[in-house]
Ligand binder design. Structure first.
Ligand SMILES: NC(=O)c1ccc[n+]([C@@H]2O[C@H](COP(=O)([O-])OP(=O)(O)OC[C@H]3O[C@@H](n4cnc5c(N)ncnc54)[C@H](OP(=O)(O)O)[C@@H]3O)[C@@H](O)[C@H]2O)c1
Length: 276
């Protein structure tokens, strides 16, 4: 039985706070992976705020359901692994909504991986969606924002980028790659007045984590995660990470002597796979 269904989900203290008005609210926003989970919750929030939102995903029905009857929601059905489709989506969005203010590159995929049954295709698929999928959208986004010298790009990372976690090797690697390129983008695009951010959530209750068959510490309801992300994006913080206890726990783990970390991490494997 998953721990998430056994315990009520905790409310993050900052999720209920009003948004900091440090930055002007974005008017034209593209959110990839907005047909489900975190992206859908974010899209609904921004639509409610009155922004024009490009709601992206492959599943047309789910994309349309998130758009609902909102006149300012623009459905964009495409696969992020197709660079030409990403370019067309950004172009179509700008034709309808005007200059893109904020791109949240959130589309992602996770499937548990295990070196004992190494599945190269799954590893490649995870990288293809989480890393190259983000880059495919990044290319037309940078192009659009660079000429205007204005815009915010938010890359969806994960707490899993902090350290290699058993049965999530491919996912951790894909999100580490996202985190590293986001750091360089932040520096390289500054001169063009493009503000690059990294979103680093812990466990959030979405269809993606519903497949997990292990306890997920500090699992957070998706609405709270979306509230924290929107609030973070309206502030000036580079990294929007939560919940703090999980983030710091993983950061500390990454500082441990390797031998000690490997011993501890082995405990996350089934008992028959442990060596002590
Ligand atoms: N949930 C968590 O605990 C958690 C924690 C840290 C980070 N994240 C990250 O947050 C992001 C959203 O995850 P989620 O939990 O909200 O998962 P989710 O509910 O499964 O949503 C994933 C979204 O990505 C889209 N997507 C997947 N593959 C795609 C593709 N090839 N082309 C276009 N869209 C694609 C899906 O849309 P379609 O199926 O319609 O294409 C869906 O809208 C992911 O990047 C994930 O890695 C999640």
């Amino acid at each position: 039985m998953l721990e998430k269904s056994a315990k009520p989900l905790r409310t993050h203290p900052k999720a209920a706070l009003p948004r900091k008005n440090e930055m002007e609210s974005p008017n034209a926003i593209i959110i990839t992976g907005a047909s489900s989970g975190i992206g859908a919750a974010l899209a609904r929030r921004y639509i409610e705020d009155g922004a024009t939102v490009g709601v992206c995903g492959r599943n047309r029905d789910r994309v349309l359901s998130v758009c609902g009857a909102a006149p300012r929601a623009i459905p964009l059905v495409f696969d992020v692994t197709d660079p030409a489709a990403c370019e067309t989506a950004v172009k179509n969005f700008e034709e309808e909504a005007g200059a893109l203010d904020l791109a949240i590159l959130n589309a992602g995929y996770h499937l548990a991986t295990d070196a004992a049954a190494f599945d190269l295709e799954t590893c490649k698929r995870i990288m293809e969606i989480n890393y190259f999928g983000a880059l495919n959208c990044l290319a037309p986004t940078i192009e659009a924002m660079k000429t205007r010298r204005r815009g915010i790009i938010a890359m969806m990372g994960s707490a899993a980028a902090t350290i290699g976690l058993p049965n999530a090797g491919a996912y951790c690697s894909s999100k580490s790659a996202v985190a590293r390129i986001t750091e360089t983008l932040r520096v390289e695009l500054r001169a063009f007045n493009i503000d690059v951010r990294l979103i680093t959530p812990g466990f959030v209750d979405t269809p993606l984590t519903a497949r997990n068959e292990f306890p997920m510490p500090f699992l957070m309801p998706v609405e709270e995660a979306a509230a924290l992300i929107e609030r973070g994006l309206s502030s000036k913080s580079y990294e929007i990470s939560f919940p703090r206890r999980l983030i710091w726990g993983l950061r500390l783990a990454s500082l441990l002597p390797r031998a000690l970390y490997f011993k501890l991490a082995e405990r996350l494997l089934p008992s028959e796979r442990r060596t002590d």
